[in-house]
Design a binder for this molecule. Sequence first.
Ligand code: URA
Length: 198
Amino acid sequence: MEQMEGLSVTKCTRCPALVDSRSRIVDGTGPEDADLLFVGEGPGANEDSQGEPFVGRSGSVLDDALLAVGLERSAVRITNCVRCRPPENRDPTGEELEACRGYLTQEIELVDPEVIVTLGKVPSQHLLGRSVAVTNEAGSVEEIRLDDTPRRVLICVHPAATLYDRSQEETFEGALETAADLAGVDGAGGGQTRLDGF
Ligand code: URA
């Protein structure tokens, strides 16, 4: 894809509103061969200023839940459906999601994860191509085909949901536990290891 070098989008001006609202393009972070790929919606203010996905409050929730299932953030890859901050943290539009889809698809192809975890409604619907009731469906796994390759998608609530509704914490952690098990990231031959003692 012309504006992507490896896993980085170097310059992109496809979405006028996002070009105006962003300070920078926020690429995914984490190992290029990660077994687990987390996909969020798009950068917020903190991500836009620091240039990394999930570094604000949602990021802390994600980091804590990863640790609770024995995973360090540095062992997983984290990215977003759109790489530029939408104005006033609105949801990305359908057009913006489509404009950025090729970058996400290329990242999935290059990383080739065992499991893709969709964090919240927007990435779940975007990748599964159907309407998703995230709270009811969290923890369920669906196979999709991307460029003729089967990919496993695990639906998960957005980490911010646990901040508004404590009962979602268990759902969130349960989904991450399933993701780690499915990806086989328990030290048994995966590209990453679970932490001992957690
Ligand atoms: N929420 C998201 O969906 N993505 C981020 O990077 C941060 C918060």
